[in-house]
Design a protein around this ligand. Structure first.
Ligand code: HEC
Ligand code: HEC
Ligand code: HEC
Ligand code: HEC
Ligand code: HEC
Ligand code: HEC
Length: 303
């Protein structure tokens, strides 16, 4: 009995000694991000390549000194966990949403937003787990299956559109269909993955066909050419803003698919030879005349 009490007393002393040391230094706050020091020789990002001696977790999670206003030991809520590195500062090297937090938190027709239901972590896996691993987009840490791991690319996409494609926009298009409908072959009746759009809709045909009209659901003639560019990928129409922005600060203002200065990431034709500008309204005719135009035979700009 006496022996147990002694052991207890010794361990109490030890506990207090350790506690005194812990409160004397500041190491349990957030670590500063650095791609050198202990992180040298690993991927230069806090999002992947965690090793036993790297110092990455503590950049975002503080075990004892996280603010009570944060979530899961982060300095902020999960929804705002990326803002201080990728929007309001360029600590994350790539700065998006024009550097303005409101462009991300508020829902506009020009953005994906936390206000509209698409926060950073609905699309990105911050720890790099279960992402689209195709090397063309691997660095973007895109969740392979968003929506709590239950949504995957729409079934029956054209074979060229998949996570294994060698064309980046084919990969991204397949990925967009985890949340939004793609209109294949014939008109779709319902769209199980559609967010807020569930219902019976027809949608613009998505195809590479521009030779003769590939009429799929009407009785009008099919021999003429009606389009002069393909609409296979989302990016064929939603073509505003930079991608692969890198760390070029000049390009801050305009980044697909986050926030672009064009409405709904759309650009509009300004002439019959292909020039285009940001659409100020996603229903303006220039948006269609990017592809449906032929100045010499009567379709398009000027007629
Ligand atoms: C760049 C910032 C960042 C880094 C670095 C980071 N985390 Fe996280 N962590 C987050 C965010 C943001 C969430 C919320 C994720 C979500 O909701 O998808 C999270 C969530 C978690 C969770 C909760 C489970 C989950 O996935 O939702 C655990 C546990 C965790 N992180 C542990 C770690 C560990 C361990 C490391 C290092 C190996 C680490 N984190 C590195 C930002 C980070
Ligand atoms: C502590 C700062 C920090 C935080 C917080 C942070 N990041 Fe990063 N992020 C970085 C750094 C540094 C890189 C590497 C940049 C580079 O090499 O271009 C990076 C890279 C990225 C990339 C790849 C960029 C590219 O051009 O390939 C994505 C995507 C990304 N972060 C998303 C997120 C998301 C989503 C969150 C929030 C869940 C987040 N980050 C939070 C610092 C941060
Ligand atoms: C994780 C689900 C998810 C993925 C993946 C996703 N989106 Fe969205 N998208 C949303 C939600 C939710 C909205 C609703 C509005 C908001 O957040 O601003 C939206 C809105 C939009 C809008 C309309 C913007 C507006 O506010 O009027 C367009 C256009 C769009 N998405 C295109 C895309 C494209 C292109 C991709 C692929 C690069 C994509 N989305 C991937 C969830 C997603
Ligand atoms: C043929 C051109 C075209 C293609 C291809 C296209 N879009 Fe769109 N999309 C538009 C236009 C134009 C609008 C704006 C419509 C409006 O403002 O009424 C729009 C609007 C949207 C919206 C918001 C409206 C809504 O209610 O759904 C979403 C979301 C969207 N597109 C996602 C996508 C995704 C994801 C892809 C690829 C799978 C895609 N689009 C492919 C032209 C296109
Ligand atoms: C609707 C889904 C979606 C949302 C929401 C989203 N992203 Fe992204 N993000 C993407 C896609 C897709 C790409 C790759 C685009 C490409 O290269 O074509 C990307 C690329 C990036 C990049 C690299 C930029 C570049 O131009 O290469 C960074 C950094 C990034 N995202 C961070 C974030 C942060 C931080 C948030 C929240 C503030 C966020 N993303 C919200 C889908 C999303
Ligand atoms: C990126 C190029 C592109 C854009 C932008 C575009 N289209 Fe198309 N459109 C096509 C292609 C390609 C076809 C199919 C042509 C074929 O089968 O020969 C098509 C077909 C159509 C059809 C016939 C659809 C069917 O199911 O038979 C209509 C109607 C149409 N487009 C209207 C529009 C309108 C309205 C807009 C503007 C909101 C628009 N398009 C924007 C490329 C485009």
């Amino acid at each position: 009995m006496r022996r147990i009490a002694w052991v207890l007393a010794v361990s109490m002393v030890l506990v207090f000694a350790v506690a005194a040391v812990a409160s004397a230094d500041t190491y349990s706050t957030y670590a500063a991000w650095s791609s050198v020091g202990p992180n040298l020789g690993t991927a230069a990002t806090p999002h992947t390549d965690y090793r036993l001696s790297t110092m990455k977790c503590a950049v975002c999670h503080s075990v004892h000194k996280a603010p009570t206003t944060g979530e899961i030991l982060l300095p902020a809520s999960v929804g705002n966990a990326c803002v201080y590195c990728h929007i309001t500062t360029n600590m994350g090297l790539t700065q998006i949403y024009s550097g303005v937090a409101l462009n991300y938190t508020q829902d506009y027709e020009n953005n994906h937003s936390s206000g509209g239901g698409a926060g950073c972590t609905t699309c990105h896996a911050v720890h790099g787990a279960n992402t689209v691993t195709n090397t063309l987009v691997a660095a973007k840490i895109l969740r392979a299956t968003p929506g709590g791991g239950s949504w995957s690319p729409q079934a029956s996409l054209p074979a060229t559109l998949s996570y294994t494609s060698t064309v980046k926009d084919n990969v991204v298009t397949a990925w967009c269909t985890t949340c939004h409908p793609y209109f294949v072959g014939s008109y779709e009746a319902t769209h199980p993955n559609s967010l807020g759009n569930v219902g019976t809709y027809d949608g613009h045909i998505m195809t590479t066909d521009t030779a003769g009209y590939h009429n799929i659901n009407a009785t009008i003639p099919t021999s003429t050419v009606v389009a002069y560019a393909t609409s296979l990928q989302c990016r064929d129409c939603h073509d505003a803003g930079f991608t692969d922005q890198g760390s070029n600060p000049v390009a801050w203002t305009n980044n697909f698919p986050h926030y672009t200065t064009a409405m709904r990431f759309e650009r509009a034709a300004t002439s019959s030879v292909g020039a285009s500008v940001d659409a100020t309204n996603s229903q303006q005719d220039g948006v269609c005349l990017k592809c449906h135009r032929n100045n010499t035979t009567g379709t398009g700009i000027g007629y």
